[in-house]
Design a protein around this ligand. Structure first.
Ligand SMILES: [Zn+2]
Length: 107
């Protein structure tokens, strides 16, 4: 399932947030995990800190923690279904197609 890229929409298929959809913000291939917008939100209490010359306000910071890639499935932008992807190489480029509707899903 390392076929998912940043910017893709995925649906959570396991765990307590099953059924939630969001955009992929980051992929961590080495860890086999990814960060999905609005999924696996964690809260962190932040003291006022200095970071790179900027002062960050204290308060509660909400951020998305990475989840396992195997817990999500790609959502096709054309048919809006959870799907697997088929990979084709054309002109040296990897193109991804929806296995349900055969749409080319790369933007
Ligand atoms: Zn499709």
């Amino acid at each position: 399932m390392a076929k998912v890229r940043r910017g893709d929409t995925v649906e959570v298929i396991a765990g307590r947030e099953k059924g939630t959809r969001g955009d992929v913000l980051r992929v961590l291939p080495k860890e086999g995990r990814l960060v999905v917008q609005g999924v696996n939100l964690r809260k962190k209490h932040q003291r006022q800190i200095q970071a790179g010359g900027r002062t960050m306000s204290p308060g509660i910071i909400q951020f998305e923690a990475p989840i396992n890639i195997s817990n999500v499935m790609f959502v096709c932008p054309s048919c809006n279904e959870r799907t697997r992807l088929s990979i084709h190489r054309e002109d040296g480029k990897v193109r991804r197609y929806c296995k349900k509707c055969d749409s080319h899903v790369d933007s």
